[in-house]
Structures are given as C-alpha cells and as structure tokens.
Design a protein around this ligand. Structure first.
Ligand code: S3P
Ligand code: PEP
Length: 410
C-alpha cells in the first residue's frame, strides 16, 4: 500500500484481531551502529518496517559498510572508519527525520576522516542537538552550521576516558556518544537525565552484549508500536499480539501493559501472545508519571479520554522536543472531540476528564508529519464516528504496515 500523499478513510468499527507488530527501531538502530563499529561480522535479525532503520542502513552503505541481506535479517561484515573511502569532496548524508538515526550518525561520522554534510528532514532540523555538537567539538571534531544543516569532520581525539553528556532534553546524545565510543572504552555519563531513562539502560545493556562477544542479535517486538493496537483492543473489542510473549523492561513503553491491567482491562500474557480485551467492569482513571515513557503519552491520552473520570499524566514538558509538539497536538485532538482537558504548566500535568460517550459525527483530521500523532488520530477517528485521516505516510517512520494491521488486512 503506497502511503505517499494519501488519505485514509477510517470507519468506526469494532476490533477483534490477531496481529503481529513491528520490532523495536530503538533496539535496531543501536545494534546497527555497534555492528558497524565492531571489527567482527555481526548478524541482526528481525529488523522492523521502519524508515528510521532503512535510512540508517542506507547511510552506512553510502559510507562504505558492506551490509548483506540474509534470511530474516542482515550481516554487517566490515567496520567504520576502516571502510571509509578517502574523499576530498564533502559527502552528503540523508538521515531522514529520525532522532536516533540523525543523532547516532553525528558522532559515528566524526569517527572518520572525511567531511560529511548531514541533511536531516522535517522537524529534526530544529530538535535539540547543540549539546552533542559541543562535546564533539571538545573532542576535536570540526563542525560548521550550513544552509542544509551542518557539516562535520573528524577524527576525534581523546584525553580522558570519561565524558559527560547533557541529558536534560534528550537521552539520545548520551546514547549516541556511548555507542560510538564503546570500543574506545570511554565511559559516558548522562547529566541531568529527567526523562527516558530506560532508553539509556537499553544502550548500556546492548553495549555490554557486544563487549561480551555476542555476534547475533534479534530485535525484540516494539512496545511503542504495540500500544496503538492494545489501546484499540481495550476500547473496541479485543486483540491478540502474537509476537509478544514477554515484557521487555528496557522498553519504557512496555509499562502500558501494566497500566491497562491496573485500569481494569483484561490482559493476559501467554506463549500464544499478549491479549487485551475490553471489560464490562468499571475502568479506573490513572495518575501516571510519564517521564520514562514520553512516546506513550499520545496513546495514554486516548485511553484516558475513553473512560469516565479524571486522569492525570505528568512530566510531559519533553514532548515539545519530539517530531511535533506532542502535548499541543494531543490537546488539539482532545478538544476536537470535546474531551475536557487542562494542562498545568507549573506542575507539568495534563488533566483529562474522559467520557465513554461516542461522538458519531465523521471528522477529517490533518495531523502534523509525526507518526505517533497520525496513529493516535486514527484511534480517535475509529473510536468516534470515523472520518478521513491525512498525513498517513508518517507511520512509515516506525510502523510501516500500521494500516494493514489495524484494518486486519495483514
Ligand atoms: O533512544 C531512543 O531510542 C529513544 C529515546 C527517547 O527519546 P529522548 O531520549 O529524546 O526522550 C524516545 O522518545 C525515542 O523515541 C527513542
Ligand atoms: C521520538 C521518537 O523518535 P526519534 O526521537 O528517534 O525521532 C519517536 O519514535 O516517537
């Protein structure tokens, strides 16, 4: 199904499906960077249907990595910077709009000697990156802002085996440095890490696996992508996610499983998969600190909007640094469906007064180019009177077959 410039007609039907969801782009991109720096040939299986991942692989091929497709995965055979072909010209790099893709590539390319002109797309051009560039400049990288974003040229040199990275706006700077310097035995310390700590733990765990000599990696199922189908199952019937047989605690968004259970939905995890069903029981509102799971907030807001009572979601200020200002976009959706909501900026808490009532009037939604806002807009349309969804190409960032899965046309 081509998603380019197209719209999707969403109907307000129930959902009773057995599905598979994509694997984790966060895990995949970490494993790919480490594999591209490792002297050993590394196999990575079960890659997700995600543009953030295909963009990263395309850039790595461009800079000399030999990446062979094998059944259910890839082998990265050689390593960077040894594979770099000396060039007197600037080499243009197109990482797309991914935070991990772009931020991981910046220190990665600075490990080499060529000059790279990095040209990300969309909101990635505005998202925070200065703290990462500052560390790299101190390590000797030559960095220049240019019309098309920035150019970077290594190599890096190290006077110390410990580095600090500001993590107040994103953990991806610390992760990018830790991954790229893993084989130099440089310890990276995130400073002021208020959000997304589990992503940092995932980084540390993968680096340890590489250092222990592991040569084959299997990308686990993605709990962020899964949240949309679980929310749909809870609201509109039931769902069995066949490729989820355990909970990956390195993925902060896996907390959604516990949240749904605590709210009163029927949740069963077995070797057949993870099943979530609507419940006749009274469903309880939530009061959740979202600092560790920012990507889950749009789905949580939808789920809270669909039940009677007031929920509170706190520690959301980091949402403005994502592919759109997600707090603003979530509030727009709540307003569109007349769901009472207020954001207390001082306390950084969003109050949502949900209601089981359905609005049976079809609407048209024009979300920004942000996969999570597009997917959650789909949920709102389907829960109410259906309608038309725009910007649907954005789902390719993390969940390429989203529409096939939620429409049960897999
Ligand atoms: O490291 C990662 O894979 C990610 C970290 C989080 O970002 P921040 O660290 O910017 O909060 C998360 O929102 C993003 O989707 C993926
Ligand atoms: C914020 C996200 O990703 P990234 O930061 O890698 O662009 C996301 O997937 O929601």
């Amino acid at each position: 199904m081509s998603l380019e410039n197209s719209q999707f007609n969403v109907s307000a039907k129930s959902f009773d499906a057995e599905v598979n969801v994509p694997s984790s782009k966060s895990y995949a991109n970490r494993a790919i960077i480490l594999a591209a720096l490792s002297k050993d040939a590394i196999t990575i299986e079960n890659l997700p249907l995600s543009h953030d991942v295909t963009n990263l692989l395309n850039v790595l091929r461009e800079v000399g990595l030999r990446i062979v497709e094998v059944e259910n995965g890839i082998i990265i055979e050689n390593s960077f910077p040894e594979c770099e072909r000396p060039s007197s010209e600037k080499i243009k790099i197109y990482p797309g709009d991914g935070g991990t893709t772009t931020r991981f590539l910046i220190p990665f390319l600075a490990m080499g000697k060529n000059s790279y002109q990095i040209e990300p797309e969309g909101r990635m051009r505005e998202r925070p990156v200065a703290d990462l560039l500052e560390v790299l400049a101190e390590l000797g990288a030559s960095i220049n802002q240019c019309d098309t974003w920035l150019t970077i040229r290594g190599p890096l040199s190290f006077q110390t085996n410990k580095l600090k990275a500001d993590a107040s706006k994103t953990t991806q700077h610390a992760t990018a440095l830790a991954l790229c310097l893993a084989f130099q035995n440089i310890e990276v310390q995130p400073v002021d890490m208020k959000y997304s700590k589990s992503y940092w733990d995932m980084t540390m765990s993968l680096i340890q696996d590489f250092k222990k000599g592991q040569k084959k990696f299997y990308v686990p199922v993605d709990f962020s992508s899964m949240s949309y189908v679980l929310a749909l199952g809870a609201d509109r019937g039931k769902v069995l996610v066949k490729n989820c047989v355990d909970i990956d605690t390195f993925q902060s968004d896996s907390i959604f499983v516990e949240v749904l259970k605590n709210m009163g939905y029927s949740v069963t995890l077995s070797d057949k998969g993870l099943e979530v069903k609507s419940s006749e029981k009274e469903i309880t509102p939530i009061n959740l600190d979202c600092s560790n799971c920012p990507d889950l907030v749009p789905t949580l807001a939808f789920t809270c909007s669909r039940i009677d009572g007031e929920s509170k979601l706190s520690n959301l200020s980091v949402l403005k640094y994502k592919e759109s200002d997600r707090l603003l976009e979530v509030q727009k959706l709540l307003d569109l469906y007349s769901i009472e909501n207020t954001y207390n900026e001082k306390e950084d808490v969003l109050h949502i007064k949900g209601s089981k009532k359905r609005i049976d009037k079809a609407k048209e939604i024009y979300p920004p180019d942000d996969h999570r806002i597009v997917m959650v807009s789909y949920l709102f349309l389907r829960a109410h009177g259906g309608g038309v969804l725009n910007s649907i190409h954005s789902v390719s960032k993390s969940f390429g077959n989203f529409f096939e899965v939620v429409e049960e046309n897999e």
